[in-house]
Design a protein around this ligand. Structure first.
Ligand code: NAD
Length: 330
C-alpha cells in the first residue's frame, strides 16, 4: 500500500483530498495546525504540527512515498491584500522546510500547490482579458506577496528535480470553491462570501448584498471535485512543469452573485462598496492541461454552486438560530 502525506489536511482542499486518496486505497497521514472544521478526517493518522518548524517537517515526512503539499497561510483577497509580511514569512518557511525534509527522508514524488496569483499583474489589467498560459508567469510580476512566495517555491521544486532527481509536480489553482471550505471569518473567498451574504439575505428577508468594487472584475471558478481529480492526475503524470488547474469560463463577480441568487431563489439588491478586488481580470488557458492530462474540469459553475450554496445556507441557518436571529420552530 502506498503511503502518502497530505499537508494542510485540516483545510478545505486538503480534507477533500484525504478522503479521495483513502477511497483509492492509499495509506494517508494528514498534517496541519488544526483538525478539519466541518467533518472528521478520513486519514489513517493525523498529526498536529506547525510546518514552519524544520523538526516538525522531518517528523511529518517520515516513511512516506509521496507528499501533497497544501499547507499555507492563506485566504481570499481581503486577507491576501493585507497580510503580506505574515504570508511571505510563514509560507516560505513551510514550503522550504517541507521540501527539504522530504528530500532528506527519501520522498519520491512531491506535489506543490501553487496559484494563479503567480501571474504577471500587467496581463490582468482589463476585465475582458486573454486567458493566462503557463509561460505568462514570466517576466515575474505577481500582484501580492502570496504570489511571489508561490513563484519562488515553484522554482525550488524545479531545481530539486533538476539537481536532486526528486519527482516534483506543480499545480496552479484558479479559484477553487465548494462545500466544507471557509465561509466566514475574513479568510473566505468570493464564492463562499457571496453564498453566505445571499443566504443571510434570504433567511433574514433583507435583499441587500454587499459586493466589493463595481463587481465587473472577472475570474473563473473551479469546483472542488474537479480540483481533486486534477491534482491526482497530475501527481501520476510525468509532467514536471507548472500546470494550470481551473475552469476557463470567465464570469464577473456581479454574474457570480446573480447565479447564486437564482439558486437561492431570491431577488437581491447589489450594494457596491469599497473593498480589495485583486487583479481586474483573470482566466485560465487550459490548452496545456488538456494536452498533458487528457482531461479538464467537468462540473459546471451552476452545478458546483448549487451544492456549495446549499451547504453554506445550512451553516448560516444554524448560526442565525444559535444567535436567536431565526426561530428554530419549524
Ligand atoms: P486552507 O486555508 O483551507 O488550507 C490550508 C491549510 O494549511 C489550513 O488548514 C491551515 O491550517 C494549514 N496551515 C497553515 N499554516 C500551517 C502551518 N504552519 N503548519 C501546518 N499547516 C498549516 O486553503 P485551501 O483552499 O485548502 O488551499 C490549499 C492549498 O492550495 C494552499 O497551498 C493554497 O495556497 C493553494 N491554493 C488554493 C486556492 C483556492 O482557490 N482555494 C487557489 C490557489 C492556491
Amino acid at each position: 500500500m502506498k503511503r502518502v502525506l497530505v499537508t494542510g489536511a485540516g483545510g478545505f482542499i486538503g480534507s477533500h483530498l484525504v478522503s479521495y486518496l483513502k477511497k483509492r486505497g492509499y495509506w494517508v497521514r494528514g498534517v496541519d495546525i488544526k483538525y478539519p472544521e466541518f467533518s472528521e478526517t478520513d486519514a489513517d493518522e493525523f498529526e498536529i504540527l506547525d510546518l514552519r518548524r524544520w523538526d516538525n517537517c522531518l517528523q511529518a515526512t517520515r516513511n512516506v512515498d509521496e507528499v501533497y503539499a497544501l499547507a499555507a497561510d492563506m485566504g481570499g483577497m481581503g486577507f491576501i491584500s493585507s497580510h503580506h509580511a505574515q504570508i511571505l514569512y510563514n509560507n516560505a518557511l513551510i514550503n522550504f522546510h517541507t521540501l527539504e525534509a522530504s528530500r532528506i527522508n527519501g520522498v519520491k514524488r512531491y506535489l506543490f500547490t501553487s496559484s494563479a496569483c503567480v501571474y504577471n499583474e500587467e496581463l490582468q489589467r482589463e476585465a475582458n482579458i486573454r486567458p493566462l498560459k503557463e509561460e505568462d508567469a514570466y517576466p515575474a510580476m505577481p500582484q501580492d506577496a502570496y504570489g511571489w512566495e508561490k513563484l519562488i517555491s515553484e522554482r525550488l521544486c524545479i531545481h530539486y528535480r533538476e539537481e536532486y532527481g526528486m519527482q516534483t509536480r506543480i499545480v496552479r489553482f484558479h479559484n477553487i470553491f465548494g462545500e466544507k471550505g471557509t465561509w466566514e471569518g475574513g479568510r473566505e473567498k468570493a464564492p463562499a462570501a457571496l453564498c453566505r451574504k445571499i443566504a443571510i439575505a434570504k433567511l433574514t428577508g433583507n435583499p441587500e448584498v454587499e459586493i466589493w468594487g463595481d463587481g465587473e472584475q472577472t475570474r473563473s471558478f473551479c469546483y472542488i471535485s474537479d480540483c481533486i481529480e486534477g491534482i491526482y492526475r497530475l501527481m501520476q503524470s510525468d509532467y514536471p512543469e507548472p500546470l494550470n488547474l481551473g475552469q476557463d469560463r470567465m464570469v464577473t463577480i456581479n454574474q457570480l452573485a446573480d447565479i447564486i441568487a437564482e439558486i437561492a431563489g431570491i431577488k437581491i439588491i447589489k450594494k457596491h462598496v469599497n473593498g480589495p478586488q485583486g487583479v481586474r481580470g483573470r482566466n485560465s488557458d487550459n490548452t496545456r492541461l488538456r494536452e498533458v492530462l487528457g482531461w479538464e474540469p467537468q462540473v459546471s459553475l451552476e452545478e458546483g454552486l448549487r451544492v456549495t450554496y446549499q451547504w453554506i445556507e445550512e451553516q448560516v441557518r444554524k448560526k442565525l438560530e444559535s444567535q436567536k436571529v431565526l426561530s428554530t420552530a419549524k
